[in-house]
Design a protein around this ligand. Structure first.
Ligand code: SF4
Length: 77
């Protein structure tokens, strides 16, 4: 079974995971998306996929694009 079939977000509005900015109401949106991720049974698989394929937009695996970039940079050193 593909990990995506077990994703907690598959029943959510996809827009929730793609906030339009990094401030204001978008911060609340990011927190709501992360709440979904943190109860997701495939968080680790999703996060690994987003990091491996360099996903640049949206919340994946409970991480924002900036958090993923920071992780990648930290592991390059
Ligand atoms: S970790 Fe978040 S974005 Fe990834 S599959 Fe689960 S709910 Fe969806």
């Amino acid at each position: 079974m593909n990990w995506r079939e077990m994703a907690a977000c598959r029943l959510e509005d996809p827009e929730l995971f793609f906030p339009v900015s990094d401030d204001g109401l978008s911060l609340l949106q990011v927190e709501r998306a992360k709440q979904v991720c943190h109860r997701c049974p495939v968080l680790r698989e999703c996060r690994r996929w987003a990091l491996r394929y360099g996903e640049t937009d949206g919340v994946w695996g409970g991480l924002t694009p900036g958090q993923r970039r920071a992780l990648v940079q930290a592991h390059r050193i």
